[in-house]
Design a protein around this ligand. Structure first.
Ligand code: ADP
Ligand code: MG
Length: 474
């Protein structure tokens, strides 16, 4: 039998699979494609630069052993990186990087309890000039990696966060931008990264701050004529975490000052971590030069948690609170609250409270009442699936047709309407709308929204479609 890239890789995989956890295998090895074998160099294609770094960081030894078994001592590994096609560069392109075979993986994450973060450190905004200034990190040690449960919805963001925590400023995820809807764990993850860095590198200066507070401080500094001190202060930070950067939209003065701080930090190998409720492509009123900086590193999305993850988050919460609750109740809550982890926790806390204050047993009925209150209070968001269903029904086609690649006019219109409503009624990013509606890219969705807007103005029949569908959807 002749030896091919496929056969070599297949044998490597068998060996690797025996040596690591199934989940890790699934995440990091299944997506790899063997591409080429020449002499004793095997080229494998990985989906992103992140993947490559992760493999090099964590699995290089294993890969080396597997490959040596197959191809002998001189075995070489070449990565072909399929660059993610997120930021405007339409065509995916590839980049080849040889395995560095960096041996030293520094392993062992120690479970060290978080020590009190220097109680004497108070004001985050200390004017420098005094040697040895002390800066309170503003980190909340209760938001850490241990209690940030992993699931498909957050695996990329969580792993990237871990990678950054292991090597702040030393990965290509700089800045690391974590984005996603309300209550999906952005703030938690941002703190977790900071807390982990403080554990691993106690000497580094980490600062967590919300974009809102950052803005206030900036305005204050302008009033007091201390703008330079403000900038200087932030330039001293080793790891700067800014939460909810979408808050900077429209605030050009703050954006400008942040731009300078960012550049300084980035040039000096300092780590910047940002969170936002939107993907960079969807951010509005943020200066282009700043947006382009955001895209230098990695943007990782926190998506809605799937059912299993919701269950484990609930179980974990109950476990930490020392409360027991019947499975059917937990399952009921997880089934009905889908798009917001904060609400999920809120509902379970409310159930715990009700049962302990009223000494009531938690029944399914009580769970129903509580969940109903939660779901009602937080205006239900329609899902993209639901929108596609409603639009397809309206035009009497099935969802597969709506998603198909056809250019038939009435189908294209239906698809554009679905995209338009997804943009209007959900918080999903353009990219995620596109991928859910027939695997299109964000530019297609943007184009669809514009087309619908135009037609709504010029075409009476079309306007009627929009009105009808709006009624059905709201
Ligand atoms: P965001 O900043 O995205 O609005 P938060 O970080 O405030 O969301 O998270 C909302 C709540 O959900 C917090 O209490 C957080 O601890 C919890 N949470 C979010 N994601 C997870 C997760 N993966 N595991 C456990 N708890 C989570
Ligand atoms: Mg938040």
């Amino acid at each position: 039998m002749s030896v091919t890239a496929n056969s070599v890789w297949k044998n490597c995989l068998a060996f690797i699979q025996d040596n690591i956890q199934p989940q890790a295998f699934k995440t990091w090895f299944e997506p790899i494609k063997p591409v080429k074998l020449s002499d004793n160099a095997l080229s494998i294609q990985v989906p992103s630069k992140f993947f490559y770094e992760w493999l090099e960081e964590h699995y290089v030894k294993l890969l080396k052993v597997a490959l040596t078994k197959e191809l002998g001592e001189n075995a070489k590994l070449v990565y072909i990186i399929k660059m993610e096609n997120t930021y405007g560069n339409r065509e995916p392109f590839t980049e080849q990087i040889p395995s560095s075979n960096r041996g030293s993986v520094n392993p062992q994450e120690m479970d060290v309890p978080i020590k009190s973060k220097n109680p004497e450190l108070k004001n985050p905004f200390v004017i420098p000039g005094i040697r040895n200034i002390k800066i309170e990190s503003q980190l909340n040690p209760n938001y850490n990696f241990d209690n940030f449960l992993e699931g498909d919805s957050n695996r990329l963001a969580r792993s990237a966060g871990m990678a950054v925590a292991n090597k702040p400023g030393g990965t290509s995820f700089n800045p690391l931008l974590i984005f996603g809807g309300v209550g999906l764990g952005k703030t938690h993850l941002a703190h977790a990264i900071g807390v982990e860095i403080k554990d691993k590198y106690p000497e580094r200066t980490v600062l967590y701050i919300s974009a809102e507070k950052f803005t206030q401080q900036y305005i204050e500094s302008v009033k007091k004529n201390t703008r330079n001190d403000f900038i200087h202060f932030y330039q001293l930070i080793d790891v700067l975490i800014i939460d909810d950067v979408q808050f900077l939209s429209g605030k050009s003065g703050t954006q400008d000052v942040f731009f300078h701080i960012f550049n300084h930090l980035h040039q000096n190998g300092k780590q910047v971590i940002l969170t936002s409720d939107k993907a960079p492509v969807d951010m509005q009123d943020i200066e282009q030069r700043l947006l382009s900086r955001f895209k230098w590193g990695l943007s990782a999305e926190l998506q809605n948690p799937d059912y299993e993850t919701r269950i484990s988050i609930l179980r974990n919460k109950l476990y930490r609170d020392g409360v027991e609750m019947p499975d059917d109740i937990v399952e009921y809550v997880a089934k009905h609250i889908k798009t917001n982890i904060r609400e999920l926790e809120g509902a379970i806390i409310s159930l715990i409270a009700q049962s302990s204050f009223n000494k009531k047993e938690v029944t399914l009925e009580l769970a129903q009442q509580v969940v109903e209150k939660f779901v009602k209070n937080t205006k239900r968001e329609v899902s993209i699936d639901y929108i596609q269903k409603v639009v397809s029904d309206y035009f009497e086609m099935d969802v597969a047709t709506l998603q198909s690649k056809t250019r038939k006019r009435h189908i294209v219109q239906a698809r554009q309407l679905a995209m338009f409503f997804a943009k209007k009624f959900t918080k999903a990013s353009l990219a995620s709308i596109g991928s859910q509606i027939g695997k299109r890219d964000h530019a297609t969705v943007l184009h669809a929204c514009k087309t619908v807007d135009n037609l709504a103005e010029t075409d009476k029949q079309f306007r009627k479609y929009i009105e009808d569908l709006t009624k059905k959807l709201s």
